[in-house]
Design a protein around this ligand. Structure first.
Ligand code: ADP
Ligand code: MG
Length: 242
């Protein structure tokens, strides 16, 4: 689904990323871990076109994406859930989702549209997936922090992406919400490709379904199962052991 080769990114002469190879398969939930400043967020920025790479090749679903605009990359099916909130607190959960569904790949089309029953069904399905189906008529501003994050995920999912990019999905959540977020991401990965950046190792253990990638100073230190990564001396030395 995603293939990265020799990706280089520098900011003012300082190398932020130097990735020789990285790939993610269909329906894979890949977790990326690594110390602060490792280049994890920069990598997601490159994948969604927010930041441009200096060099390299990134092929997504058969399409080279480096050099393309964010909107073109979104149209190819890569969606990023950003950490800054994008929901309207004074609208209901349903209306937030309806607005999002009417914004194909981030572009608002028209205030005047017919709401088809298919669209309603789709909103309900996505709401169910993010555990908000029983809260559709609630004002989004009255949701808990975790529920707001799930609504943000729903908004991204309504754009029907093939690859979803999420930076620290469980940040600031209660233990219960964190666990449910793990279940939600696991459900998502049944039909989508998901890349998650995460710090909380018990959460990583819950969600990692194939490989965990460890990024250190812009380079891929290793990839392996959760257990392999957790017990790797290099990973312990430069990340986990601190
Ligand atoms: P991580 O998400 O793993 O903590 P980042 O991708 O945010 O790491 O940062 C990687 C490196 O690139 C860091 O040294 C950071 O200071 C630098 N960096 C990130 N974004 C920018 C930017 N827009 N301008 C300059 N330097 C940046
Ligand atoms: Mg980061």
């Amino acid at each position: 689904m995603l293939n990265v080769k020799n990706l280089n990114v520098a900011f003012g002469g300082v190398k932020a990323l130097d990735l020789h190879g990285f790939s993610v398969g269909m329906n894979e939930l890949r977790v990326i871990i690594g110390p602060n400043g490792a280049g994890k967020s920069t990598f997601l920025d490159i994948l969604c076109g927010k930041t441009q790479a200096d060099d390299g090749e990134v092929v997504f679903d058969g399409n080279p994406i480096l050099g393309r605009k964010e909107v073109d990359i979104a149209n190819l099916g890569i969606a990023r859930k950003f950490q800054k909130p994008s929901i309207f607190g004074s609208l209901t959960v349903y209306d937030n989702m309806l607005l999002a569904a009417r914004m194909p790949k981030g572009i608002f089309k028209s205030m005047f549209f017919k709401i088809s029953s298919e669209l309603k069904d789709r909103i309900y399905q996505v709401a169910k997936m993010v555990r908000l189906d029983i809260h559709l008529s609630k004002l989004a501003g009255n949701l808990s922090h975790g529920q707001k994050q799930w609504l943000e995920i729903a908004i991204v999912m309504l754009q029907d992406p093939k690859l979803l990019l999420i930076d620290e999905p469980a940040a600031g959540m209660s233990d219960e919400e964190t666990y449910r977020t793990g279940e939600l991401l696991t459900d998502l990965a049944k039909h989508h490709c998901v890349i998650v950046i995460e710090h909380d190792m018990s959460f990583v253990e819950q969600i990692a379904n194939r490989l965990v990638s460890v990024l250190v100073r812009g380079k891929l230190l290793m990839e392996g199962s959760f257990a392999e990564v957790r017990n790797d001396q290099r990973v312990i030395d430069c990340y986990l052991g601190r």
